[in-house]
Design a protein around this ligand. Structure first.
Ligand SMILES: Nc1ncnc2c1ncn2[C@@H]1O[C@H](COP(=O)(O)OP(=O)(O)OP(=O)(O)O)[C@@H](O)[C@H]1O
Ligand SMILES: [Mg+2]
Length: 270
């Protein structure tokens, strides 16, 4: 049993400390622990500036922590040689906060970027075929491929970013605020897409969000960042049972109540 549990943890963060400034004096994380289980959609919430994006950047190796250990797929990811890191990096996809598509490249070319990085020398026709497949998979019309990001709506840009994150058929997907800036209908559609891709592709999803609708609609568990660490992780019901003032305010404030109502309406429709 213990062994099986070990195998089912895809990301294990222990004792993470991150800080900025010359001496790292602006401490963002201190003693942060978190486990992400295989096949779950884990929502990560916390006030603005609590370090959600920095946590994601630490896990994917873009931010070197001051202390702590991070394992992904059972491998330590801190301080790896680039050549070793590549084998792990290939197994995840990332949609950064804000989308960050290359504005001078078409959607199709954006999707090809990670493929070319990890598999240089692939035939151009094959690259285009893979990109076209990813574009359609994220619900974009096929003619979106040759378009530039500036020609797309906000929701389409997010889908293009998702297509790029899925370029290498990852097992693990990192999404940083994927529905920020979308209207409620666009956001709900993106949530549905995330959930259906998670199910069909068997993905594990690390999902940073402010969007209470998203938390209620698709997250299996939610991790709450506050006081420089993960103060609680569990289902929304488990979190509410903790009686923590910030959690209470977050989920039971006016926006939380609206999200419950909308989740109930969605449930009633199915
Ligand atoms: N490269 C950096 N250099 C210096 N400080 C940074 C850097 N990146 C993040 N920080 C600081 O770390 C803290 C956490 O930032 P982070 O971007 O992780 O917040 P967040 O929880 O993602 O916020 P939001 O919800 O607004 O996206 C902030 O105080 C931020 O100013
Ligand atoms: Mg952020």
């Amino acid at each position: 049993m213990a062994r099986r549990e070990q195998e089912d943890v895809i990301i294990r963060v222990q004792g993470l400390k991150n800080g900025f400034g010359d001496q790292g004096e602006h401490v963002v994380h201190d003693g942060l622990d978190l486990e992400v289980r295989r096949g779950e959609i884990l929502g990560v919430v916390g006030g603005s500036g609590t370090g959600k994006s920095v946590l994601m950047r630490s896990i994917i190796g873009l931010q070197t922590p001051i202390e702590g250990s991070i394992e992904v797929f059972g491998e330590n990811t801190i301080g790896r040689e680039e050549t070793e890191a590549v084998d792990i990096r290939k197994r995840w996809g990332v949609l950064f906060q804000g989308g960050a598509l290359f504005s001078t490249l078409t959607v199709s070319e954006n999707v090809q970027v990670p493929i070319k990085e990890f598999y240089p020398g692939l035939d151009q026709a094959l690259l285009e075929e893979i990109a076209a497949y990813k574009v359609v998979m994220t619900g974009l019309p096929p003619d979106a491929g040759p378009k530039f990001p500036a020609e797309l709506s906000g929701g389409m840009k997010k889908r293009a970013g998702l297509a790029r994150a899925l370029a290498l058929d990852p097992e693990l997907l990192f999404l940083d605020e994927p529905t920020a800036g979308l209207d409620p209908i666009g956001a709900a559609a993106f949530d549905e897409l995330t959930e259906s891709l998670q199910k069909t592709l068997g993905l594990t999803v690390f999902l940073i969000t402010h969007d209470l609708d998203t938390l209620y609609a698709i997250c299996d568990r939610v991790a709450v960042l506050a006081d420089k660490r993960v103060i609680a992780v569990g289902t929304i019901d488990e979190l509410l049972a903790l009686d923590h003032p910030w959690i209470e305010e977050y989920f039971k404030g006016p926006r939380g109540r609206a999200a419950v109502a909308s989740a109930e309406r969605a449930q009633a429709r199915t």
